[in-house]
Design a protein around this ligand. Structure first.
Ligand SMILES: [Zn+2]
Length: 496
């Protein structure tokens, strides 16, 4: 490929969703297709209509992609975007701190406008890194106004979004909760915002709490609601030790609730038998590499998931205690899986002979695997004529890539958002020339003042370390381990 010293400055079309990307290193991520150096990608009305060398332009504007890697946009299958306003407060939190800080603290202060700002900022953050599809696991929907605010942000930000209706504070207190999701509110959100055709960029899912966060009567209600509204389910299962006593997959199976198209998030403490049942039911998996390892949720089940015949997807979860970076998730899942396998070999007295997960397989998790989990395999996740043009264009001109020997592997090893030259969702550029199209300073200022108010109400200060007392977390999340003890009073703050 051409790797000139000049940074490509493609002249993007001022508007519209039709163009030809010229002479990029095209990595389609489609099965059976290798990398295609010096190839063009033609996009018409948002759809890929050709991939090849020297394509006929059909009269469309050309964009020079020499020196660039062209990939399908990344897919994040589980991200609580609303929490973006409390970004970074939990760098030293464990799972119990998180439940105290977020579910007994921050969430109580969120107005509809806070939800709008957090969602908008979270989605723009994802787009900036080249993530074109997000499952927005929105469990802050207290009212129809909160939902409208989230949908407003989704529409404004522009990526492909599966909006996961996850209830509000009523459903997330006193866990496991007997309170079902608000069916009337779900119906209303479905009718008002997601009565959409198959070509829409936006769809809805039921972000269900499942057997570890709600009792089985509520679980059955929430699953019935998904059936009634014809929506897929996304559910946290098997994260943290409570999975060992709650046995979520066995209970779902006993109630006949293992369904095709359901995405199971975390899964650290599920058994091989559980994974076999998930695979047999047509379920999907969302691994959460960074947050799971950082917050004591559990080791990654990557090898067991794959042994069951499932291709995982990846997710970032939240930015209170994680980076929100899917590239970090890719590198973390690689490191964790290799550490597991290599460590086992070394402890057995032999040097590892082969890797159990390749870099490119980890990238597949974040592209084709993610698209499949979202039920969007026919629209996104790989670059194939007929699919939508969800594109990630990487500028390989940075010093860290020089010399370029394998663009894809080098991007996996060291790429980040600063290398993302352009991002398109169904052919519409939302980032180009290395900058988000939406660079409204007002959003950042509004988010900062919303944060100021939330912090003031919580009695927190910017820059002051906050370690919530996990005594305020539900019993089964605390590090005390003694179920049934009353939560201690206190302001859930510690300082250093
Ligand atoms: Zn989550």
């Amino acid at each position: 490929m051409t790797h000139g010293s000049t940074r490509p400055r493609p002249k993007m079309p001022p508007d519209g969703d039709s163009f030809v990307l010229r002479s990029g290193w095209v990595a389609t991520m489609a099965a059976g297709t290798g990398d295609l150096p010096g190839h063009d990608v033609r996009v018409e009305d948002g759809v890929i209509t050709g991939i090849g060398p020297d394509l006929d332009s059909h009269g469309l504007p050309s964009i020079d992609a020499r020196g660039c890697l062209v990939l399908p946009g990344l897919v994040d299958t589980h991200r609580h975007t609303w929490e973006t306003l409390v970004r970074g407060v939990g760098a030293d939190w464990l799972q119990g701190h998180y439940f105290a800080g977020i579910h007994r603290g921050a969430r109580l202060r969120f107005t509809p406008d806070d939800v709008r700002l957090g969602t908008l900022l979270g989605l723009l953050d994802a787009l900036d890194e080249g993530v074109t599809t997000v499952v927005d696991w929105s469990h802050i929907i207290e009212t129809a106004e909160h939902a409208a605010a989230a949908v407003d942000a989704i529409t404004q930000a522009g990526p492909r979004v599966v909006f996961g209706f996850g209830g509000g504070t009523r459903q997330w207190q006193d866990l496991p909760s007997p309170i079902p999701l608000d069916a009337d509110l779900a119906r209303r959100i479905r009718a008002e915002h997601f009565a959409v055709g198959p070509r829409s960029l936006h769809s809805m899912a039921i972000a269900a709490r499942g057997p570890e966060f709600s009792d089985m009567t509520a679980v059955e209600h929430d699953w019935r609601l998904a059936d009634e509204l014809d929506l897929p389910i996304s559910v946290h299962v098997g994260g943290g030790l409570k999975a060992l006593t709650y046995r979520p997959i066995a209970r779902l199976r006993d109630h006949g609730l293992l369904r095709p198209g359901t995405t199971y998030i975390h899964g650290n403490h599920l058994s091989d038998e559980d994974w076999a049942h998930i695979a047999g039911s047509g379920g999907h998996v969302s691994l959460v590499p960074e947050v799971d390892l950082m917050m004591g949720i559990g080791d990654l089940p990557t090898n067991r998931v794959r042994a069951a015949g499932l291709q995982p997807s990846l997710s970032t979860d939240e930015v209170a205690s994680g980076s929100g970076s899917l590239m970090t998730a890719i590198r973390t899942v690689l490191a964790a899986e290799r550490a597991r396998a290599n460590g086992a070999a070394l402890r057995a007295g032999r040097s590892p002979a082969t890797v159990t997960l390749t870099a490119r397989e980890a990238l597949e998790f974040a592209t084709v695997g993610g698209a499949a989990a979202c039920g969007l395999a026919d629209r996104t996740g790989s670059l194939v004529p007929g699919k939508d043009a969800d594109l990630l264009v990487v500028n390989l001109g940075a010093l860290k890539f020089s010399p370029v020997n394998d663009p894809v592997d080098q991007f996996i090893l060291s790429g980040d958002r600063s290398d993302v030259e352009a991002v398109a969702v169904r052919g519409r550029f939302l980032k180009y020339r290395g900058k988000l199209v939406q660079r409204d300073r007002g959003v950042l200022d509004a988010a900062a003042s919303a944060r100021d108010r939330i912090f003031r109400e919580l009695g927190k200060q910017v820059g002051r370390h906050w370690l919530p007392r996990d005594l305020d977390a539900p019993d089964w999340f605390t590090t005390r381990g003694a179920a049934g003890e009353p939560a201690a009073p206190g302001d859930a703050e510690d300082t250093r």
